[in-house]
Design a protein around this ligand. Structure first.
Ligand SMILES: *[C@@H]1O[C@H](CO)[C@@H](O)[C@H](O)[C@H]1NC(C)=O
Length: 481
């Protein structure tokens, strides 16, 4: 959750940016690549000149997935009888928490590879790569120019997660679907690296990284737009349309054995008196039945729901006091002892069966803090946090470590999710990101982006039918093309 004052300010700021953008460049298309530009003379490009960066995470499950992708790329390079390229796991490069937001990492990439390499290719854990095809595609671009390549996404409507940017023409701005892989040519990496070092990164919040990176690179027209490359695909690997693709996406939701039992998850729903009749009935009609252990926490005891009054007054801004009271109750013996704790808002829509499947991949004896990751002040040594509306998942171990650290709310109405992020950051425990949790409504995300995932949660009832959104989360077979 983001403080309201910030939201209002951001809205004004970004509408202004969008206005300037719209008036400066009203064509607003992805730069169309001239054939001549794309095929200079096919240049010699040694695969060694491509630096692969896997956007990996510290959590053991994610680190293993990234290592598997790394090993696969090395095998492919050997089979092509190419000398081996550098394949970096992002989480191992430094201790800097902000690295996952990419821009703070550019000086490192520039200083290590800026003189001896031609491309940096970024991959996610779930990206599949056909190295031979990828090599052939990169060869076609004149490497002395600045290139920003990817599979393009756009917004159909202006959306809160992009601060309502380009409100006049939301689909004009294209940004890359990171799952399909995306690339920067080295001249662009080197220039951006200088820029990052000369002017500290201004943006406070990191919310949708792929959009923010594209905005930074485009720089109101001073930098390149995304060039859409049809061979970078977000299709499932074995889809018939994927034959031309150099990259594809592993669209299966992670499942690592049996889903965890529903009895292994304790669910805490945060509500308050004014939403007992408005929002709680939606939870009751939809996903409450999927939970084995669930309590509603409010500022008012209402036996008809029932709610538990935690003795913390309701606050309009953040719920830090309430959330810490929930954490203490969770370990107190007042509720069943479970491996996992899920804290949600009363307007979160979530699929617990899908969460049970996902949690089979995590070890509850590790301190796991999982959900949709946002960042605060990452350019200047800030911290990451799990944004509350999409659901925050804690292993019991994570809760125990947090409480025994003595980390506290600085006020009852502090934003709970951000304080938790600060606390975990000071314990040097990384939050774990899953793109399957969503802080906003389905309409707030690009359709093509949602098409290749099986979402676990959405948030907010505003202007939508929450029951219909929940029914989407119940489909057993995800809608993949
Ligand atoms: C470029 O230099 C880095 C070390 O700074 C090295 O790891 C990498 O292998 C070099 N790449 C090439 C293509 O020589």
């Amino acid at each position: 959750m983001v403080p309201y004052g910030y939201k209002a300010a951001a809205l004004m700021f970004y509408s202004l940016v969008a206005f300037i953008a719209a008036s400066k460049d009203d064509k607003g298309k992805v730069s169309e690549v001239q054939e001549t530009e794309r095929h200079p003379r096919e240049s010699q490009l040694n695969l060694r000149e491509v630096v692969f960066v896997i956007q990996s995470q510290r959590n053991s499950f994610h680190a293993q997935r990234a290592q598997r992708l790394q090993a696969d790329l090395l095998l492919q390079a050997e089979a092509l009888q190419e000398s081996l390229p550098a394949i970096l796991l992002l989480h191992t490069l430094s201790e800097n928490e902000g690295d996952w937001s990419i821009l703070p990492l550019l000086p490192y990439l520039s200083s290590h590879f800026g003189k001896n390499s031609s491309w940096v290719l970024f991959l996610e854990e779930e990206t599949n790569v056909n190295l031979g095809k990828l090599h052939n595609i990169l060869k076609k671009f004149e490497r002395r120019n600045e290139w920003f390549l990817g599979k393009s996404l756009h917004d159909d409507e202006s959306t809160i997660i992009h601060h309502y940017a380009f409100a006049e023409n939301p689909s004009a701005f294209k940004y890359p679907d990171f799952s399909a892989g995306w690339a920067l040519s080295m001249p662009l990496v080197n220039r951006l690296s200088n820029k990052v070092q000369e002017q500290p990164l201004k943006s406070d919040f990191t919310i949708d990284l792929k959009h923010e990176v594209a905005l930074y690179i485009w720089d109101e027209g001073k930098g390149p737009r995304l060039t859409a490359v049809p061979e970078l695909c977000a299709l499932p690997e074995h889809s018939p349309q994927a034959q031309r693709c150099a990259t594809t996406v592993n669209t299966h939701s992670p499942l690592c054995g049996e889903p965890v039992k529903k009895e292994a998850i304790f669910v805490a729903v945060k509500t308050c008196k004014k939403f007992h009749t408005e929002r709680v009935p939606v939870v009751k009609k939809t996903w409450e039945k999927q939970a084995a252990h669930l309590e509603y926490y409010s500022d008012h005891a209402d036996p008809s729901i029932p709610t538990v009054d935690l003795g913390v007054p309701n606050t309009d801004r953040g719920h830090c006091g309430k959330t810490f009271a929930i954490l203490k109750r969770y370990v107190s013996g007042a509720v069943p002892k479970t491996d996992w704790l899920l804290i949600v808002d009363d307007d979160t829509l979530i699929s617990l069966p899908r969460l049970q499947a996902l949690l089979s991949c995590y070890d509850p004896t590790e301190p796991v803090f999982l959900g949709e990751r946002y960042g605060y002040g990452l350019g200047q040594g800030g911290y990451s946090y799990i944004t509350g509306g999409g659901g925050m998942v804690f292993s019991r171990e994570a809760v125990l470590r947090l409480l025994s650290s003595g980390c506290k709310c600085y006020s009852n109405d502090a934003p709970d999710d951000m304080v938790l992020g600060m606390c975990f950051n000071s314990l040097r425990l990384s939050v774990t990101h899953s793109p399957l949790f969503h802080q906003a409504r389905p309409d707030d995300y690009a359709r093509d982006f949602l098409a290749h995932q099986t979402p676990i949660s959405f948030h907010k009832h505003w202007n939508i039918d929450p029951i219909a959104v929940f029914h989407k989360l119940r489909q057993v077979v995800p809608e993949i093309f």
